[in-house]
Design a protein around this ligand. Structure first.
Ligand code: AMP
Ligand code: ZN
Length: 457
């Protein structure tokens, strides 16, 4: 399997650090509002990467954080007259609901920055001890960027060509040794959340959060680190500088970045105001359509959002769903149970499309081509199955189709078609587990329901 690695700017053969296992970290959203469909792109894309890795047999430890302390969250809390904690808790819950509606699987762990402060203080201390960080008079701690010889290796920039990153937190009147130095820890301001530290009461910079959460849940060396391409610089470059200086080993072997979701060829973003929230789109469309729309493009290509393309995605998904429900009907009404003459050969021919699907996914997760092979399978099934086919044969075709859609996280059944009784039984079992104070079991069932797109209020 080949993965395009931003580090080498090449497609590379994927070799995991530990056989059969993948350690993967995806930078998550800052939670101060509903997520927009630009934020949804990395969620859908890397959830699909994870699903494929699991499909081919890897055990994936998938970690994706929530940044729950940040200037924007604090600003929102002040506007509302509430607290940063209240704001972030609310939008984490809303984000999880959107993820479930887009059939994005819950991560193995969703760490919160505010719960990892101890680890951050530890890593910052190590960086100071090793000479990679320094404290100035007000207690701000900076990373000494020029000391890290490999700085720029991910973004392929030379320090001298670089401008200081816009997301590093600058303090007025600071005593930075160099413009490229970025904040690891900064003093509190009145009314802001803060934590005690050896340097001052304050809070972490954004970049250190991810270095620490990745280390805590995945270890010093990970296989895949991912996020949107706007994170390459400075965020991921700074994560590398922190982690590699502190841990003394290569941080991540593969760096994957998705292209932007655009509107009128401009990046969709909160600051430009040119965004749609996932919630808004969910009012107009089944969010499976949004997922399908995203996966019809290669994840590294820019993707322009438009009503026409969403309609096209809706029609495409409909074609697959119609084929699946026809096959289901044929399976339910077939006269012959076992394979009839020639059907096994036909099924073998249909498997060619499965092979094509896999080949596309093995080539840097080319979901656009993978979807084309699903359409070919649909066409083949439409032409090669009818009322005279056996149950075994149509069922096998349907299973193939469902398996491929499932790898992409596309649910073939509409929600109404899902068995209500199964869901009722799971809810019942969860209530029983809660009564028995078996909260682990109750949570596991809740997550299972979440994965089916069902949120318990
Ligand atoms: P943020 O909350 O801004 O840190 O963004 C969370 C994730 O969404 C990051 O991986 C960003 O790179 C990604 N992202 C934000 N806007 C877009 C966009 N318009 N297209 C694709 N990815 C985006
Ligand atoms: Zn990050």
């Amino acid at each position: 399997m080949k993965i395009y690695n931003t580090l080498s700017k090449k497609k590379e053969e994927f070799v995991p650090i530990e056989e059969g296992k993948v350690r993967m970290y995806v930078c998550g959203p800052t939670v101060y509002n509903y997520i927009h469909i630009g934020n949804a792109r990395p969620m859908i894309v890397f959830d699909t990467v994870r699903r494929y890795l699991e499909f081919i047999g890897y055990d994936v430890n998938y970690v994706s954080n929530f940044t729950d302390v940040d200037d924007k969250i604090i600003k929102k809390a002040i506007e509302e007259g509430s607290t940063a904690e209240e704001v972030s808790k609310r939008y984490i819950a809303e984000c999880k609901k959107d993820m479930a509606d887009m059939n994005v699987m819950p991560a193995t762990t969703h760490p919160l920055a505010t719960e990892e402060i101890g680890g951050m203080i530890q890593m910052i201390s190590t960086l100071i001890e090793k000479g990679y960080a320094y404290v100035v008079s007000d207690g701000t701690v900076y990373y000494r960027t020029r000391k890290f010889a490999d700085y720029g290796k991910l973004s392929h920039k030379n320090l001298d060509d670089l401008e200081a990153g816009h997301r590093s937190i600058k303090v007025v009147g600071d005593e930075k040794e160099d413009d490229f130095d970025f904040v690891l820890w900064k003093p509190k301001k009145d009314g802001e959340p803060y934590w005690e530290s050896p340097w001052c009461d304050g809070r972490p910079g954004w970049h250190i959060e991810c270095s620490v959460m990745a280390k805590h849940y995945l270890g010093d060396e990970i296989d895949i680190h991912a996020g949107g391409e706007d994170l390459i610089f400075p965020h991921h470059e700074n994560e590398i500088a922190q982690s590699e200086a502190a841990n003394g080993v290569e941080f991540s072997k593969y760096w994957m970045h998705n292209g932007f979701l655009n509107i009128d060829n401009k990046k969709m973003s909160k600051s430009l105001g040119n965004f749609f929230t996932v919630r808004e789109i969910g009012e107009k469309y089944d969010l499976q359509v949004l997922r399908f729309f995203m996966l019809q493009a290669h994840y590294r290509s820019p993707l322009n959002f438009s009503a026409e393309l969403m309609e096209a995605a809706k029609n495409g998904l409909e074609r697959i769903r119609t084929a699946a429900s026809n096959l289901q009907f044929l399976a339910d009404h077939a006269e012959a149970e076992a394979f009839l003459d020639g059907e096994e050969a036909k099924l073998a021919e249909a498997k060619n499309y499965v092979d094509k699907f896999k080949a596309a996914m093995e080539d840097d997760f080319n979901t656009a081509d993978a979807i084309s092979s699903i359409f070919e399978l649909v066409k083949y099934a439409n032409q090669n199955a009818d009322g005279s086919s056996s149950k075994a044969y149509v069922q096998a075709l349907l299973d193939e189709l469902k398996t491929l859609c499932d790898v992409l996280g596309i649910i073939v059944e509409t929600k109404e078609e899902m068995l209500d009784s199964d869901i009722e039984a799971m809810i019942e079992e969860r209530q029983q587990a809660r009564k028995n104070r078996d909260f682990a079991r109750a949570d596991a069932i809740r997550d299972k329901l979440l994965a089916k797109g069902i949120v318990l209020e």
